[in-house]
Design a protein around this ligand. Structure first.
Ligand code: C2E
Ligand code: CA
Ligand code: CA
Ligand code: CA
Length: 279
């Protein structure tokens, strides 16, 4: 490490340097990712207590020609900075609805729902509501099968505007899930104003169920609160049977996590839904 004058110390950090280089490179490649069809969608099942698949969350993947499969945690922030998240988000929504449409014709899949993540920039477009309705009309999909996942921070940026948009879409049949619930810093009083159908308990709490007593208490509290507010609750990041059991015993009925399946291409999700033929 070298220090440069006064109180301003600069440290050379190879890991940070590498991360910055990747960022710059990905930023440059983002355009070809979109035009070159390098983005794809994975699906992760959402299941009930009997492990029956109720639907799936759609998750973006970037198949980079040199770097392989890149996590959205790395590139979503870039797409937000550059504004391309708006086009990408629209494409994700459209693709999810086309998938719902394809499933409608098959009785094995026709009851499945799809949850789509919506970023702040996407949601705060003035015509977001119209865009969603337009996609639903064009694909002729039952709006009740579409669930939009918003995070607390997106909601809190403009709570009044958010509520107006949510009501408009809910009137149309679309449902809402509050993602990463419990990680925000916002007051709980806003929850009673928000027309949400589901709280998604953040995976950090689920992870700590058997590890950190206070997190187990938080999980119990979220489930109880959701119940009292008439909201559904889904636990994400469920990795062990012990976690699932704790959640079930405390009244949770919806789960998502590696215990059931990893995010995977659509064909893999479909094999999970189709019961294996009797031996
Ligand atoms: P998220 O919405 O909280 O999605 C859940 C993340 O947890 C996913 O990471 C998923 O692969 C991962 N996960 C699921 N089950 C488990 C588990 O049992 N254990 C662990 N350790 N992880 C689990 P992923 O796919 O890397 O996505 C990361 C984030 O990127 C998402 O977090 C979401 O915020 C964002 N994202 C993904 N797709 C989209 C998209 O289409 N649009 C927007 N705006 N954001 C997206
Ligand atoms: Ca999500
Ligand atoms: Ca989440
Ligand atoms: Ca998250």
């Amino acid at each position: 490490a070298k220090s440069v004058g006064g109180n301003n110390q600069y440290f050379y950090n190879p890991a940070l340097q590498a991360a910055l280089e990747i960022r710059t490179e990905l930023g440059r490649d983002l355009h070809s990712a979109i035009s070159g069809h390098q983005l794809s969608l994975y699906y992760q099942a959402q299941v009930d207590n009997k492990r029956q698949v109720l639907g799936a969350e759609v998750l973006l993947r970037w198949q980079h020609p040199q770097r392989g499969l890149i996590s959205p945690l790395l590139f979503i922030p870039l797409t937000e900075e550059k504004g391309v998240i708006i086009d990408i988000g629209h494409w994700v929504l459209e693709s999810a609805c086309m998938q719902l449409k394809a499933w409608e014709a098959d009785p094995r899949f026709s009851a499945l729902k799809i949850a789509v993540n919506v970023s702040a920039r996407q949601f705060y477009q003035v015509d977001f509501v119209e865009q969603v309705i337009c996609i639903l009309r064009n694909t002729a999909v039952d709006p009740h099968k579409l669930k939009l996942e918003l995070t607390e921070s997106v909601v809190m940026d403009d709570i009044d505007g958010t509520i107006v948009k949510m009501h408009a879409l809910r009137r149309y049949g679309v449902s809402f899930s509050l993602d990463d619930f419990g990680t925000g810093y916002s007051s709980l009083s806003y929850l009673t104003q928000l027309p949400v159908d589901q709280l998604k308990i953040d995976q950090s709490f689920v992870h700590n169920i058997g590890v950190k007593h206070s997190d187990a208490i938080i999980v119990q509290t979220i489930i109880g609160m959701a119940d009292n507010l008439g909201m559904e609750v889904l636990a994400e990041g469920v990795e062990t049977e012990a976690q699932r059991l704790f959640l079930e015993q405390h009244g949770c009925r919806h789960y998502q996590g590696f215990l059931f399946c990893r995010p995977a291409p659509i064909a893999e999700l479909e094999t999970l839904v189709i019961p294996a033929p009797a031996a």
